[in-house]
Design a protein around this ligand. Structure first.
Ligand SMILES: Nc1ncnc2c1ncn2[C@@H]1O[C@H](COP(=O)(O)OP(=O)(O)OP(=O)(O)O)[C@@H](O)[C@H]1O
Length: 250
């Protein structure tokens, strides 16, 4: 389980997160949606200990990320698909990761297969990878240690329709195997197709959370709910729709 409890993050003059609370249950995909500057990346950075919360707590499997024993075996993260050495091949990047974790090289072949990168693609330098290939490699890296929780920041960016379909299948498989999957995305239609639960955030505040069906209860598409909430046009109705499964307002 991934849990944000009353997390606030204040930069000098920006309140990037304001009392953010939500949970990501094992065995499900939670879509984390918000417009540019909403606070999604800040929340994920706080979650994995790259940034310190001003107040509140964010935990993975019951503990702050920094206190997890061998975290890569518990939590797989993809925060920036471009953050790799351009001169290394995809296979080299994964092999380094596997060696660091004490995993056999055969695990590299397994994750390459899992993300649909061919042996030839694995042998190409990262600098020449398309964005879609970078995303696949980043997901492969995140899954090396067979983690029980997965945190992915905009993994669908740059994927073609076939890639998006593949990603959807992979996320459902991870959830079916008991993984807690947190997926940040701008691709509302995509999130609608794959997520069990959705958290909508804007200007650092959670505006709505619930299942896709709960948020769409008056027949609107998730995109319409999102636009109405984030432009403020339907703020009060949206907050009503935001009643979470446990009955507390988001
Ligand atoms: N290091 C920082 N110093 C000051 N302000 C920051 C810093 N990092 C983020 N912010 C601000 O915090 C707010 C939230 O930014 P964040 O990057 O978390 O949003 P986001 O939802 O991930 O946006 P996007 O979808 O555009 O990536 C923005 O106003 C941003 O300018």
């Amino acid at each position: 389980m991934i849990e944000f409890k009353h997390v606030s993050k204040v930069y000098k003059d920006v309140r990037a997160l304001d009392d953010v609370s939500f949970t990501v249950e094992p065995g499900g995909v939670t879509g984390f949606l918000g417009p540019n500057g909403a606070g999604k990346s800040t929340a994920l950075r706080v979650l994995v200990g790259l940034s310190r919360a001003t107040s509140g707590s964010a935990t993975v499997l019951g503990r702050p990320y920094g206190e997890l024993d061998r975290p890569a075996f518990q939590v797989g993260t993809l925060l920036d698909a471009g953050a790799q050495h351009p001169g290394r091949t995809g296979r080299e990047i994964l092999t380094l990761g596997a060696m660091t974790l004490g995993l056999p090289r055969s695990r590299v072949d397994e994750v390459l297969r899992l993300v649909g990168l061919t042996a030839a693609e694995g042998g190409r330098r990262f600098g020449g990878y398309s964005l879609g290939m970078r995303q696949r490699l980043g997901i492969a890296h995140a899954l090396l240690g067979e983690p029980r929780a997965v945190i992915l920041d905009e993994p669908a960016n740059g994927l073609d329709p076939q890639g998006i379909r593949w990603l959807r299948g992979l996320l459902r498989e991870l959830a079916a195997s008991g993984c807690a999957v947190l997926l940040s995305s701008h691709l509302l239609h995509e999130v609608e197709q794959v997520a069990d639960q959705v958290v909508l955030i804007a200007r650092g505040r959670v505006l709505a959370r619930g299942t896709v069906a709960e948020l769409r209860r008056d027949g609107r598409t998730l995109e319409q709910v999102f636009l109405d909430l984030t432009t403020g046009a339907d703020r009060s109705a949206g907050l009503d729709a935001a009643l979470s499964a446990d009955g507390s307002a988001a």
